[in-house]
Design a protein around this ligand. Structure first.
Ligand SMILES: [Zn+2]
Length: 218
């Protein structure tokens, strides 16, 4: 068995959503003086590869720890949108339906935009990602999917469409997995893929860090 890591690394100053605090990692004890090393992290829980729970956008939504843990293990399909995604442009219902099987009940959909490979503090990555349109989010709800992932810090970019797209998904108890990175190998594997993305047990929190992996049985 092998694991393919879909996570983005986190470190002091790593790129993140510009409306969140910057990522800080400070040494508060170190060798040899203290005889141990400890870091103090200052970062929002929606940083790096993470899960959005309904509570993130809905006042009466469930928190990340209220999903059954099994919900984060399942069959996933990649919609390879790398050739059609453009800065500041929506991902449409048509683009999804052309790249995904018709039957998606209880499946996890992973949106590969190519922006995971652009991760840097550039205008394009910070402010101009492609985004899932409201209508494409409704398409995923109609299909009865369980979760949706994307290779950027937000499934819905940073503009005015952001709250509605999130609410359409989260209002249907579809969890959102953000800030993925897709190594080239995942595009060569037979689908569906086996995805694991267990969130950290943050009680009553709106989201949580995760280490998303694809399990490959050799
Ligand atoms: Zn988030």
């Amino acid at each position: 068995m092998r694991l393919i890591d879909l996570s983005q690394p986190m470190y002091d100053g790593s790129p993140n959503c510009p409306t969140h605090p910057p990522v800080k990692s400070e040494l508060i004890a170190d060798h040899p003086k203290d005889g141990w090393r400890v870091e103090l992290l200052t970062l929002a829980n929606h940083t790096g590869s993470h899960i959005d729970a309904p509570l993130h956008k809905l006042a009466d939504g469930i928190s990340v720890d209220q999903f059954p843990l099994e919900s984060f293990v399942g069959k996933a399909h990649i919609a390879d949108l790398r050739s059609v995604c453009r800065a500041n442009e929506p991902i449409t219902r048509e683009q999804l339906s052309q790249r995904l099987p018709a039957e998606l009940k209880d499946r996890i959909v992973l949106l590969a935009t190519g922006w995971g490979d652009k991760r840097a503090k550039t205008k394009e990555w910070l402010w101009e990602p492609p985004y899932l349109s409201n209508d494409a989010a409704k398409f995923l709800v109609e299909k009865g999917i369980r979760g949706v992932g994307i290779d950027h810090y937000s499934v819905a970019g940073i503009g005015e469409h952001n709250p509605t797209t999130h609410t359409i998904l989260l209002g249907s108890k579809i969890w959102i997995l953000e800030e993925l990175r897709f190594p080239a190998e995942v595009f060569t594997l037979p689908q569906p893929l086996q995805l694991w993305c267990l969130p950290i047990n943050l009680r009553f929190h709106s989201g949580s860090f995760t280490r998303p992996v694809i399990v490959v049985e050799d």
